[in-house]
Write a protein that binds this ligand. Structure first.
Ligand code: ATP
Ligand code: MG
Length: 426
């Protein structure tokens, strides 16, 4: 019989890898809560309209990448390709602005895009993201970038490039678009096929074409920054100043535009060289028009999303092995000893230790081998003698030192054991 396998572009995240995900989640939760960001969880599927209206029909995401289907009630649904649209919909639907603005939110979850799968690019992938809704202050732009920087730095990821740009307001952008199209039109036959198509549909996106000839042509193209109104320019200068004051090194990339239609003013990406073509680990920007576009009150907003698969790949190269969290491995042989070891395991767990109980019933030698492989700091052995006098042999696995401890009143010894384990771990 043919075996069923996971779908192309989806992956099982096996326990060894899950440790990295948990590490990212733990660090992220801590950083977000310290900055007063609260978690929001929105549905994985939404009305197709939500994404068409927010992300924009002319984008790759909406044009080529969405998982859209009819449900049994003949409604058009889409698996979310990103989560800003869902968060904004929830913000409007539940009148979150009434709870005071800005609302600082974060989320984590699976997203779906029909793409060509490769390293760091999947059809089901995961994003961690933040959104600040209800502030036009440049400090909000700098704050979200600073939080991304904290997250990456705390994870130990340092070789990163921060690229920022401003795409101005709608007026600035319309004028620039016209200038860009005027410049590019004579070169149309030389542009790559995608860019030719974008010349009418979404010309700004041509700026991030990866094709060499298109890039060459773009060298002399009009510069977006020169089309910023004085207000937009002042705003962008302020964001840059705030970032510099925070010690966040960044470069200005006038060709940085984002793939989704809803961005205004600040856009940014954080890139790593260690990921090949999938270099961007975090991307975001300001989207002052989106809340209104989706039927809410005019609400300035800024946010970012980071791809967890890419973060995990980076973490794995940095730390090929994660330390085990296990404190004790419990070994026993013989009926009474085996029953006692289960009790001992529970006692220790209730005292806060991480304990793995060997339930194989195999010879001591085999159990000791497994203890070594488990990554535990110590093992506790209960044999017949120990069972008779209600003790256990405590063996520190690194040094091989041993001592007998009483099975009862473990709570009296818990503090000492905790300290010794910490010392062995260090
Ligand atoms: P790319 O240019 O790599 O396709 P994008 O501009 O489409 O990225 P965004 O929509 O800004 O990406 O998503 C933010 C982040 O989510 C990306 O920087 C990346 O880390 C991650 N991401 C996006 N698409 C995928 C995917 N298909 N698989 C894995 N991660 C992804
Ligand atoms: Mg993409």
């Amino acid at each position: 019989m043919s075996r069923i396998q996971a779908l192309r572009g989806t992956r099982d995240i096996l326990p060894d890898e899950v440790s990295y995900w948990q590490q990212i989640e733990t660090v992220a939760r801590d950083i977000f809560s310290k900055a007063a960001y609260r978690e929001i969880r929105t549905p994985i599927f939404e009305q197709t309209d939500l994404f068409e209206r927010s992300i924009g029909e002319a984008t790759d995401v909406v044009g080529k990448e969405m998982y859209t289907f009819k449900d049994r009630g003949d409604r058009s649904l889409t698996l979310r390709p990103e989560n800003t649209a869902g968060v904004v919909r929830a913000f409007i639907e539940h009148h979150l602005q009434a709870q005071g603005t800005p609302q600082r939110l974060w989320y984590l979850g699976p997203m779906f895009r029909y793409e060509r799968p490769q390293k760091g690019r999947q059809r089901q992938f995961h994003q961690l993201g933040v959104e600040v809704l209800g502030s036009a202050d440049p400090r909000a732009d700098a704050e979200v970038i600073a939080i991304a920087s904290d997250l990456l730095q705390t994870l130990g990821l340092t070789d990163l490039r921060f690229a920022v740009n401003s795409i101005g307001n709608l007026d600035d952008r319309n004028q620039y678009r016209e200038a860009l199209v005027t410049y590019l039109t004579p070169y149309k036959p030389e542009l790559d096929a995608d860019s030719q198509d974008r010349l009418t549909r979404n010309p700004l996106r041509i700026l991030d074409s990866k094709e060499a000839r298109t890039q060459e042509i773009l060298c002399d193209a009009p510069n977006l920054l020169q089309y910023l109104s004085p207000e937009s320019k002042t705003r962008f200068d302020r964001v840059q100043q705030l970032l510099s004051d925070l010690g966040i090194a960044h470069t200005i990339d006038p060709r940085l535009v984002r793939g989704l239609d809803y961005y205004t003013h600040t856009v940014f990406e954080i890139q790593s060289d260690a990921l090949g073509a999938q270099a961007t680990v975090c991307a975001g920007g300001r989207y002052d028009g989106l809340v209104q576009e989706l039927g809410g009150e005019a609400t300035a907003a800024v946010g970012w999303a980071s791809g967890l698969e890419r973060l995990t790949l980076l973490l794995q190269t940095l730390q090929p092995l994660l330390p085990s969290a296990l404190d004790f491995y419990l070994i026993s042989k013989g009926d009474r000893a085996e029953a006692q070891s289960l009790q001992l395991a529970q006692q220790l767990r209730h005292l806060g230790f991480a304990v793995e109980l060997d339930v194989s019933g195999s010879a001591f030698g085999k159990q000791f081998k497994r203890a070594d492989r488990s990554g535990a700091i110590a093992c506790l052995v209960v044999g017949e003698t120990e069972a008779d006098n209600q003790t256990a042999q405590l063996k520190w696995l690194k040094s091989g030192e041993q001592e007998a401890i009483a099975q009862t009143d473990l709570s009296d010894q818990a503090e000492r054991l905790r300290q010794q384990i910490a010392a062995h771990r260090a």
